[in-house]
Design a protein around this ligand. Structure first.
Ligand code: SAH
Ligand code: SF4
Length: 358
């Protein structure tokens, strides 16, 4: 198979061009064509000599995942279902807001970590996405959305645990940050992790971007039930890893994500315990109303409960935001992600439908 240029960050592309006997500045030109202009056809790269265009056409390809579903909610949230191979599809979600547009990107098909409240986890693990499949979500979104540079922020909060796929995630992040590619600032690219400590340390060295940590519980006992990886990486060690990450992070705080589960982790006692955690790491809290999916045992906390929980934290000096639920009708709220992906039967049905149509 010819190499896919979406798999190559700037250094890898330069090496590939060197192997073709081409100069590094040609690699930069092509990087700009592919990522800045969203060009997928070598023949249209008009400032390259014709013979180089032909040579590239023989030696390489530019291939993003295939779109098999595209839905837009009333609030403008747009979700694509992307087929990555014969058996797997992942979601990418675009959330437009005033002055910015956030793309929520998947990093794996399925997830091995099996958090109790997560529909992706319920699917089991299928495989890591390649760099091309990860950055390809951004490449596609920029091509499909209106306006110049519609995606201003990227969050790796789609399907999968990005820190268990760093070999492919890091080159994708480098492309997102590269001035010859997407040119996003480190502060506008956020990796979300369930707390895979070695991955946090590696990311800090390889490519420090903004970090969100899925905390979801203030005690090890409760967190083990909700986020099983806590057995391996308990809260105390996780907080130490957060402090280490902050030494190199582009922002001076960690975002703690906290899914609000009715009667499970949303009591006053939990809020007070969380405030004690917040005092140990420079942090902000993001409360995420639980997104239900078929056959889940959990319910979303009522709005008054979420408000009271936020108030307790705020009264103790913690910065808190509550995530607005977006794109409910298309199961696209970022961070539940795969409400739609969740249910295998529904997913494969929509895949089959999309295939039948195409
Ligand atoms: N694996 C990474 C990133 C993907 S999940 C992680 O766990 O952080 C992105 C966020 O969505 C996480 O905070 C996750 O806990 C949250 N999430 C998963 N399922 C959810 C659901 N059903 N409702 C609300 N948030 C959910
Ligand atoms: Fe995996 Fe994140 Fe879902 Fe947990 S919440 S199962 S780590 S995708």
């Amino acid at each position: 198979m010819k190499p896919n240029l979406l798999d190559l960050d700037a250094a890898a592309l330069a090496a590939f061009f060197a192997s073709l006997g081409e100069k590094p500045f040609r690699a930069r030109q092509v990087l700009r064509w592919v990522h800045q202009s969203g060009e997928g056809d070598f023949a249209r790269m008009s400032d390259l000599a014709k013979d180089l265009r032909a040579k590239l056409g023989h030696a390489a390809r530019i291939e993003a995942p295939r779109i098999v579903g595209d839905s837009i909610a009333a609030d403008g949230t747009r979700k694509w279902l992307l087929k990555v191979d014969g058996a797997n599809a992942v979601d990418a979600v675009f959330i437009p807001e005033t002055g910015r547009g956030t793309l929520c990107v998947s990093s794996q098909a399925g997830c091995v970590l099996d958090c109790a409240f997560c529909s992706t986890g319920k699917q089991g693990f299928n495989r890591n996405l390649s760099t091309a499949e990860i950055v390809g979500q951004l490449w596609l979104a920029n091509r499909l959305l209106e306006g110049e540079r519609p995606v201003t922020n990227v969050v790796l909060m789609g399907m999968g645990e990005p820190l268990l796929n760093l070999d492919n995630v890091v080159p994708a992040l480098r492309l997102m940050l590269d001035d010859n590619a997407y040119g996003l600032s480190r502060r506008r690219v956020t990796v979300s992790t369930s707390g895979v400590i070695p991955g946090m340390d590696q990311l800090r060295e390889a490519c420090p971007v903004a970090l969100a940590v899925s905390l979801h519980a203030p005690t090890d006992e409760l967190r083990e039930r909700l986020v099983p990886v806590n057995r391996k990486y308990p809260i105390r060690d996780l907080l130490a890893a957060c402090r280490r990450y902050l030494e190199k992070a582009p922002r001076d705080f960690i975002t703690f994500e906290y899914v609000m589960l009715d009667g499970v982790n949303d009591g006053d006692a939990e809020a007070r315990a969380l405030a004690r955690i917040a005092a140990q790491v420079s942090s902000k809290f993001n409360l995420i109303p639980f997104n239900p999916f078929p056959r889940t045992e959990f319910r979303r906390s009522p709005p008054e409960r979420i408000r009271r929980f936020a108030q307790i934290l705020q009264a103790k000096g913690v910065t808190v935001t509550t995530r607005r639920t977006r794109g409910d009708a298309i199961d696209a709220a970022c961070g539940q992600l795969a409400g739609a992906v969740a249910d295998r039967t529904r997913r494969s049905r929509s895949l089959r439908l999309a295939e039948a149509r195409s």
